[in-house]
Design a protein around this ligand. Structure first.
Ligand code: PMP
Length: 360
């Protein structure tokens, strides 16, 4: 190739999406396939959100850019000032903008591992270095180890709570100490916060804190790509400079507004998912070491290699996430999303069969 693509892209791994239900059906000739791999909300979006999306007709007109109505609804939902809220194309889009704002080549991003793989991808994309810090036994962030790694090149420190893939939350005192002892931006990812009984939103009072959330999980709008973040107003001004001019489409924004108007529906989904999570946790412990989770998935360790467990489950029509390729995970790590009761039972039944076949 004659064109010269930037060097650091060579280090960026290609994104390999998980297998789709259709692919697995075809490959193994299966009638029923259940996907418990992408932490989606199995109950689907609110009917009111779907209606709001469908009503839209003005496809030929560019969207509005200030998203005032959605920002005000979010402000009301999370009890912060609408002037501190920004939107992005999913939380992935928010993350991309933040990395764009803060990173020059050679800068450093501290990531407690294991965590959401896209942090590493983005860091490399901006020719920066991902500084990996091992978590404690209970998977919480080791604040002293993070602070030890901090220097003048550190521009962003990631706090993911509840953490993907381990499901644990961070203690507020720990994160507060981190925020107070660093000048770097502390990016708090609360994608799964609605499934948890605590949150770190208060910490946005600090000007070096951004708290980000998404409509992909509790609100079941993953395909519409709507994320948001709360930040200091000065930071917000800079964020608006790097955001693409029209990052969100109007029907998606309309659906998000309707989803917030139908909060009871989201609360019902959350309640069912949390109840199922606790039941599934108990049942899965017959097969694996299962960790407590405050998200809509469970992190488990298997005696047999996770790659084998995931492959064998696939043959039986269940897609789970083998985490052995997550930075900081070993070869026995799996993440299982909490599905509907009947889907979780399908999984438990398949595991029972793997046990009697001598595979587990
Ligand atoms: N953060 C975490 C921890 C996630 O697990 C995900 C998605 N799986 C995201 C951010 C991105 O979410 P989205 O772009 O769908 O809003």
């Amino acid at each position: 190739m004659k064109v010269k693509i930037k060097e650091c892209l060579k280090e960026v791994p290609e994104y390999v999406a998980g297998k789709s239900i259709e692919e697995v059906k075809q490959k193994y000739g299966l009638k029923r396939v259940v996907k418990l791999a992408s932490n989606e909300n199995p109950y689907g979006a609110s009917k009111k959100a779907i209606e709001a999306f469908k009503k839209f007709r003005d496809f030929h007109i560019y969207p509005k850019t200030d998203f005032k109505e959605l920002r005000e609804k979010i402000a009301d939902y999370i009890k912060v000032d609408a002037e501190k809220i920004v939107l992005g194309a999913g939380m992935d889009g928010v993350l991309e903008n933040i990395f764009k704002m803060f990173l020059n080549a050679g800068d450093e991003v501290i990531i407690p591992i294991p965590s959401f793989p896209y942090y590493h991808t983005l860091t490399k994309m901006y020719c920066a270095k991902d500084i990996r810090v091992s978590r404690r036994e209970d998977f919480t962030m080791d604040v002293d180890a993070v602070l030890d790694k901090t220097n003048e090149k550190t521009k962003i420190i990631i706090v993911c709570s509840p953490n993907n893939p381990t499901g644990n939350v961070e203690r507020k005192e720990d994160v507060k100490r981190l925020v107070e002892e660093t000048d770097a931006l502390v990016f708090i990812d609360e994608a799964y916060v609605e499934f948890s009984d605590c949150n770190l939103m208060d910490l946005v009072e600090y000007e070096n804190v951004v708290v980000a959330r998404t409509f992909s999980k509790a609100f079941a709008l993953a395909n519409l790509r709507i994320g948001y973040a709360v930040m200091d107003e000065n930071l917000r001004r800079e964020y608006m400079k790097v955001n693409t001019p029209f990052p969100l489409s109007t029907p998606a924004v309309n659906a998000a507004i309707a989803a917030l108007d139908d909060l009871d529906y989201a609360k019902q989904c959350i309640k069912k998912i949390v109840e199922e999570r606790e039941r599934l946790k108990k049942e899965l412990s017959k097969f694996f070491e299962v960790y407590s989770s405050q998200a809509n998935f469970l992190f488990v360790k298997s005696d047999v290699k996770s790659k084998i467990v995931a492959e064998e489950l696939l043959k039986k029509g269940i897609i789970v996430r083998d985490c052995s390729n997550f930075i900081g995970c070993d070869e026995h790590s799996l993440r299982i999303s909490v599905g509907k009761k009947e889907d979780n039972d399908f999984l438990l039944n398949a595991l029972e069969n793997l046990k009697s076949e001598g595979i587990l």
